[in-house]
Design a protein around this ligand. Structure first.
Ligand code: HEC
Ligand code: HEC
Ligand code: HEC
Ligand code: HEC
Ligand code: HEC
Length: 282
C-alpha cells in the first residue's frame, strides 16, 4: 500500500509544488534532489498521456474504487491534509460532483451526459431514435445508484461490468393481455423478449445485440428484415385483399405518413394505432 507522507515533508512539498508551477517544471524528477520530496504517487500520476495516470490506475488496479483517495485528499476532495485538491486540477469541479461526477467515468463531461458513449445503443434508448422518440430512463435497465458510493453501484466482484436489471413497463409490455419477460444475456450482451423489438402479437420477437450494428431498420421488429418491409405476415392483412397494402398510412394513420415514415411520437410506444383507434389488446 501507499505510505503516508510526513507532515513536514508535505509542507515542504507544497512549497516545492508552488515552485514547480512558477518555474514550469514538468514533473517530480525536475524537483531539487535534496530533500527528496516524493509523495505516495509516481511523478506521472497527473499526466493523462502516461500509463501511470491516476484514471488508469483506478480502472486497472483499484477496481474503480476511489473511496481510498478521500483518506488523504479529504472527503470533499478539496485536499484534506495533503493540501492537493482534486477540485482545482482543472478537470474536476466540486459543483459538478468533483471526482464522483457521474459523467466522469462513463459519460461525456463536456455535455454532462452520464451514459457510456462507446456504443450508439445508450443514446438511442435514452434520447430516442429516428423512427421512435420513446425514451427509456437508466432505471428501466439498471438499478440506478443515488451517488457514487451507493452499494448498488460498483460491484466488488465484477468491477467495470455493469449489471442489467429490467424494470421496464414498456419492455415488459406484451399483447393479448399477457406480460412480457425481457431478458439480458450477459455472455454475449444480447436482449430477448423485449416488446419494442417485436415481442408482441405477430411481431418478430428478435434477439438483439447491444453492441451490434443497426437494429432499427424496417422489418427488424416486424415484417421481413431481409427485404426491409415492415409488413407483418398473416393474419395481418396481406396484399391479395387490398390494392396497396404497403401504404401503411391507409389503415395506420396518423402513426405513419404517406411516404412510409412512422411518426416517432406514436411508434414503439406500446400502443397500436389502427383505424383511428389506440389498441393495447391486439
Ligand atoms: C496516502 C495518502 C494518499 C492517498 C490514499 C491518495 N493520495 Fe493522491 N496525493 C497524496 C499526496 C501527499 C500528494 C502530493 C504528492 C504527490 O504528488 O505524490 C498527492 C497528489 C496527487 C495527485 C497530483 C499528482 C501530481 O503529480 O501532481 C493526484 C492526481 C492524486 N494525488 C490523485 C489521487 C487519487 C486518484 C487517489 C485515489 C486513487 C489518491 N490520490 C490517493 C496523498 C494521497
Ligand atoms: C435500454 C436499456 C438501457 C438503458 C436505458 C441504459 N442502459 Fe446502461 N447498459 C445497458 C446494457 C445492455 C449494457 C451492456 C452491459 C454489458 O455489456 O454486459 C449497459 C452498460 C452500461 C455501463 C457499463 C459500460 C458498458 O458500456 O458496458 C454503464 C456504466 C451504464 N450502462 C450506465 C448507464 C446509465 C448511467 C444509464 C442512464 C443514463 C444507462 N446505462 C441506461 C442497457 C441500458
Ligand atoms: C469513479 C468512476 C465512476 C463514477 C464517478 C460513477 N460511476 Fe457509475 N459506474 C462505474 C463503473 C466502473 C460501473 C460498472 C459497474 C460495476 O462494477 O457494477 C458503473 C456502472 C453504472 C451504472 C450501471 C449499473 C451498475 O451499477 O452496474 C449506472 C446506472 C451508473 N454507473 C450510474 C452512475 C451515476 C448516477 C453516477 C453519479 C452519481 C456514477 N455512476 C458515477 C464507475 C463510475
Ligand atoms: C425497434 C423495433 C421497430 C422497428 C425498427 C420498426 N418498428 Fe414499427 N413498430 C414497432 C412496435 C413495437 C410497434 C407496435 C405499436 C407501438 O408500440 O407503437 C410497431 C408498429 C408499427 C406500425 C403500426 C402503427 C403503430 O405505430 O402503432 C407501423 C405502420 C410500423 N410499425 C411501421 C414501421 C416502419 C415503416 C418501420 C421502418 C421505418 C418500422 N415500423 C420499424 C417496432 C418497430
Ligand atoms: C388494410 C389495412 C392495413 C394496412 C394497409 C396495413 N395494416 Fe397493419 N394492421 C392492420 C390491422 C387491422 C391490424 C391489427 C391486426 C389484429 O387485430 O390482430 C394491424 C396490425 C399491425 C401491426 C401489429 C402486428 C400485427 O400483425 O397485428 C403492425 C406492426 C402493423 N400492422 C404494421 C403495418 C405496416 C408496416 C404496414 C405497411 C407496410 C401495415 N401495417 C399496413 C391493418 C393494416
Amino acid at each position: 500500500m501507499k505510505t503516508v507522507v510526513h507532515a513536514t515533508l508535505l509542507s515542504m512539498l507544497a512549497i516545492a509544488l508552488l515552485a514547480a508551477c512558477s518555474s514550469e517544471l514538468k514533473d517530480v524528477d525536475d524537483l531539487p534532489a535534496d530533500p527528496v520530496l516524493l509523495g505516495p504517487h509516481g511523478g506521472e500520476y497527473a499526466n493523462p498521456e502516461s500509463a501511470d495516470f491516476h484514471a488508469k490506475d483506478i480502472s486497472q488496479h483499484l477496481g474503480w474504487d476511489i473511496t481510498s483517495c478521500r483518506t488523504c485528499h479529504g472527503v470533499d476532495y478539496n485536499g484534506g491534509y495533503t493540501g492537493v485538491s482534486c477540485n482545482t486540477s482543472g478537470c474536476h469541479v466540486a459543483a459538478a460532483g468533483g471526482p464522483e461526477a457521474c459523467a466522469l467515468c462513463h459519460g461525456d463531461v463536456a455535455t454532462n451526459k452520464i451514459y457510456p458513449q462507446w456504443y450508439s445503443s445508450h443514446a438511442t434508448h435514452l434520447e430516442g431514435g429516428v423512427t421512435s422518440s420513446t425514451t427509456i430512463p437508466c432505471s428501466n435497465c439498471h438499478t440506478l445508484p443515488e451517488n457514487y458510493s451507493d452499494p448498488v453501484h460498483i460491484d466488488k466482484t465484477t468491477p467495470g461490468k455493469a449489471e442489467v436489471h429490467f424494470s421496464n413497463v414498456l419492455a415488459a409490455t406484451q399483447t393479448l393481455g399477457t406480460t412480457g419477460t425481457p431478458t439480458f444475456n450477459d455472455a454475449d450482451a444480447t436482449c430477448a423478449n423485449v416488446y419494442c423489438h417485436g415481442n408482441f402479437t405477430n411481431g418478430n420477437n428478435k434477439t438483439v445485440a447491444w453492441k451490434g450494428a443497426d437494429q432499427a431498420k424496417c422489418g427488424s421488429c416486424h415484417g421481413d428484415e431481409t427485404s426491409g418491409s415492415g409488413l407483418p405476415p398473416a393474419p395481418h392483412p396481406q396484399s391479395d385483399r387490398y390494392p396497396n397494402i404497403n401504404d401503411c398510412s391507409f389503415c395506420h394513420r396518423p402513426a405513419i405518413d404517406k411516404d412510409g415514415n412512422p411518426d416517432p411520437a406514436t411508434h414503439v410506444n406500446g400502443i397500436l394505432d389502427v383505424f383511428g383507434t389506440q389498441r393495447t389488446d391486439w
